[in-house]
Design a protein around this ligand. Sequence first.
Ligand code: NAD
Ligand code: UGA
Length: 461
Amino acid sequence: MKINSICCIGAGYVGGPTMAVIAQKCPGIKVTVVDLNESRIAAWNDTNLENLPVYEPGLDEVVAEARGRNLFFSTDVDKAIEEAQMIFISVNTPTKNYGAGKGMAADLKYIELCARQIARVAKTDKIVVEKSTLPVRTAEAIKTILDNTGNGVQFQILSNPEFLAEGTAVQDLHNPDRVLIGGHQSQAGKEAIQALVDIYAQWVPQDRILTTNVWSSELSKLTANAFLAQRVSSINAISELCEKTGADVSEVAKAIGMDARIGSKFLKSSVGFGGSCFQKDILNLVYIAKSYGLHEVADYWEQVVIMNDHQKSRFSKNIVKTLYNTVSGKKIALLGWAFKKDTNDTRESAAISVATDLIAEQAQVVVYDPKVSEGQILSDLNYLEKEDLQHIKVIANPYDGCKEAHAIAVLTEWDEFKTYDWQKIYDSMLKPAFVFDGRNILDKQQMKAIGFTYVAVGSSS
Ligand code: NAD
Ligand code: UGA
C-alpha cells in the first residue's frame, strides 16, 4: 500500500519535529499534525519561526521548507483522521497521578481518547501507529477499542517508538541509529509494516530499519530509556565515591569508556537526569514488572530513579553545607533551567528540585536560562506557597543575576556559560565566591585561578 496522506495526533516535542521531518523528506505525502491545544497549533503556524512552540536547532529550517507545501498544523482532528490512511498517535503518556498505579503507571487516558475518536470518525481502513511511548501490550487495548467501537473498517496497529533526544531532535531524525517498527505477523500486518518502512526508506538506509513483533517494539522503547538512564545513575553513583576518595569522575568515565564494550557515551556525571521521559518510563517499567509479580526486576530498575533523586538532593545539600550550613537570605544564582542544553523543555529538570530545596532553606534564588521564559519557570514552581515564590526571581541578564551573589550553581550545560567573562562575574560577587558546577563544564583551573571556590560533581579538589 502506498501512503499519500498521514495524520499525527499530538503536536508536541515528538509529533511536531517528527512529522516535520517526514514531510520534508517525503514531499509526495500530505502530513497534517493536529492537537487540541489551540495556542500550540497557532504557534506551529506562526510566520515568525522564532515562535515555534518547540525550540530545536535546525527545526525552523525544516518547517520553513515543508509547511504549507505538504505539512499542515490544525485543530480539526476529525477531518485529519478522516482524510489520512495512516494515523500516528503522539500524545503525552505521563505518570498516573491518581488511582491504581498512582506515581508509577503510565496514564493512558489520552491514548484511549485518541483510539475512541479514530474509531468514531474513520470510514476507511487505517493504519494506526503508536508513536507515544507505551507500556508493553498497549496495542492490544487500542485494537480492542477500534474493533469494538468502530464503523466496521479494518485497522492495523503498528508500534513505531521514537528515539530522538531533545536538543538534537532534527539531527536524530535525519540520521537515526535505527528506526523500529513492530507489527503483527499476519499478511495484513506485514503489509502495514511495509507501508511504514517505505516511508522511512526515503531517507533512512534499509539496514537501519528494524522490524519486529509489536510487543518487542513496545518493550524495546522502555528498555532503551531504562538502559540510558541507568548509565547516568551508575556514573553519578561513582561520582559520590570519587568525592570521598580523591578520584575524579571525568577521569574514571574516560578510563572505562575507552573499553569498547562499555563505550564512552552517556557517562557524564551531573546534578541528575531530567526530562519528561526517563523517570516516567522507568517507573512504568517497574510498575509492569510488579504487575507480573517480578519484584526483583522491579526493584532493580527502581534503584535508577532512587539514585537520581539522591544525586539531585545531595547537590542542594552540598550547597547549603558549603555555605556554612545556612543559605537563608543569601542570593544564589542558578544558571540554566532547561533539563539539558539546546532545548526549552523544563519537564522534570533537576533545576526544579534544586530551586525547591534552596527556597525551602530561604535562599534568594535568581534564575537565568537562555531559552526558558519567566512564565515557564514560575509555572514549574507553582506548587509552592505564595510566600515561597517571593524567594525566586527570573532575570534576563546573567551578569545582573550573579551580581552580589554568594554562590552560582550551573544546572544546564548551555555552551554560552563557558564563554562568560568569569573574572567580571567574580568581581561583582560577594566573597568568598562559590561556583557549584552541576555539569562540570567550566575550566576548574581557570576558575580557581580567578579566585572562585569551585565545586564540581565527582571530584574533591
Ligand atoms: P507533549 O506533551 O509535548 O505533546 C503531546 C501533545 O498531545 C500535547 O500538545 C497535547 O495537547 C496533545 N494531545 C493530548 N491528547 C490529545 C488528543 N486527544 N487529541 C489531540 N491532541 C492531544 O509530549 P511529547 O514530549 O511530544 O511526548 C509524546 C510521547 O512521545 C510520549 O509518550 C513520550 O513518552 C514520547 N517520547 C517523547 C520524547 C521527547 O523527547 N519528548 C522522545 C521520545 C518519545
Ligand atoms: C532521552 C533519550 O536519549 C532518547 O533516546 C529518548 O527518545 C527520549 O529520552 C525520550 O524517550 O523522551 P532526552 O531525555 O531528550 O532523550 O535527552 P537525553 O540526552 O537522553 O538526556 C536526558 C537527561 O540525562 C538530561 O537531563 C541530561 O542532562 C542527562 N544526562 C545525559 C546526563 O546527566 N549525563 C549524560 O551522560 C547524559
